[in-house]
Design a protein around this ligand. Structure first.
Ligand code: EPU
Length: 347
């Protein structure tokens, strides 16, 4: 029989990579679909909001959360179909992302190598369509299995249903609707590499193998990005802004060196890290929270900060970037209110 272990007053600091102090009034670890249903029923009976917690690497938590925090621990990696050059693999939402990427590399399954060392769990990867070094996870997702809270059933969403875009998906657009329990990836058994990203092409040189590509990605990330164990962080704190062609032309006229990435739809993505660096925030702190010295896009909790400290720093960065470049940076992580629901970011 499936039994829920609801705990009270649980400290969530170990479960969020920014290491914010946050106490959950109710907390439960969920290792199966059946347990998830029981947890949702418990929340309903006790009139509690629910907060789905995964790897905690893209979330900002307040000191106290009066809600049922459901920590997804669903495990399992199973090959579904091997057909020609492709295979589909079904992965439990609670599997560690980097361990899973390493497993695919060992098996010589191509596709996800550029996404090595991203913190978090598999179930969170489709939510903000994690991306790095020219690859977005949505390109390699076949389907997503989720509990649909509007119809009270488990459903399978196709890649198209997921509406993947830059750091965006249906799961981010409708945050209370779906709870992801598994992701099915469609990977290649034939070599496929994405080496367009400058640093990566150079680093891999002519040793183009699946192991070396993964190794070089790990190396590049380690050289630029802070390890959450030493410098608690949530990766890039802001999205790279997408500008209209006109807005971009005006900006470049004034700041010709701004790194720019033209998009298929005519818009131009610009590097938020560059904008932040050029307002003087690279390596600068406001109390316990600052922007990392080697990558200005990463916000770091240097000493026991709370959510207010984080907000003070990030809104100051937003303010300075807005003043100088007339661009409002949008935070990447979601921010949680004391009732467990999502707070829209302060503009
Ligand atoms: N830059 C600066 N100063 C900085 C940081 C960056 O001038 O302090 C410039 C760089 O010189 C470069 C450009 O900005 O010309 C882009 O920098 P980088 O290659 O480091 O990538 P990014 O745009 O800052 C994005 C993702 C990362 C991902 C990398 C590599 C976003 C918000 N971030 O960062 O994703 O690893 O590209 O593909 O899209 C994350 O989302 O948490 C994350 C780490």
């Amino acid at each position: 029989m499936t039994v829920l272990n609801i705990q009270n007053g649980v400290q969530l600091q170990p479960f969020n990579t920014l290491k914010l102090n946050a106490v959950a009034s109710h907390y439960v670890e969920v290792g199966s679909k059946e347990m998830l249903i029981l947890a949702l029923e418990y929340a309903k009976q006790h009139q509690l909001n629910t907060l789905i917690l995964s790897g905690g690497s893209n979330i900002l938590l307040p000191k106290m959360i009066h809600a049922l925090v459901i920590h997804i621990h669903i495990q399992g990696i199973n090959v579904l179909v091997e057909h020609g050059d492709c295979l589909t693999v079904h992965v439990g939402a609670g599997e560690n992302w980097h361990e899973f990427v390493r497993y695919t590399t060992q098996k010589k399954w191509y596709g996800l190598q550029n996404l090595a060392l991203i913190p978090g769990r598999v179930g969170a990867s489709p939510v903000q369509n994690i991306g790095a070094y020219g690859v977005e996870v949505g390109e390699w997702i076949d389907t997503v299995e989720a509990y649909d809270q509007t119809c009270g059933q488990f459903v399978t969403l196709t890649k198209e249903d997921c509406a993947f875009a830059y750091r965006d998906s249906i799961f981010k657009q409708q945050p209370y609707r779906y709870i992801i329990v598994a992701v099915v990836f469609k990977l290649s058994k034939q070599p496929v590499f994405q080496l367009n990203y400058g640093d990566l092409k150079q680093a891999v040189a002519d040793h183009v193998t699946i192991d070396n590509v993964e190794q070089q990605i790990i190396h590049i990330r380690q050289s630029k990005l802070p390890d959450p164990k030493d410098f608690p962080n949530v990766g890039s704190f802001f999205k790279n802004p997408l500008l209209s062609a006109t807005q971009h032309q005006q900006l470049v006229a004034q700041f010709p060196h701004i790194p720019s990435y033209p998009q298929a739809d005519g818009r131009v993505k610009v590097a938020a890290g560059w904008l932040i660096e050029h307002t003087g925030w690279k390596g600068k702190r406001l109390g316990a929270v600052g922007m990392f010295a080697k990558q200005a896009l990463v916000l770091v909790n240097y000493e026991q900060a709370n959510l207010n400290d984080v907000c003070l720093t990030y809104t100051s960065v937003q303010h300075d970037v807005q003043n100088k470049f007339n661009i409002l940076l949008e935070p990447e992580p979601i921010m949680i209110k004391e009732n467990g629901l999502i707070q829209s970011h302060i503009g």
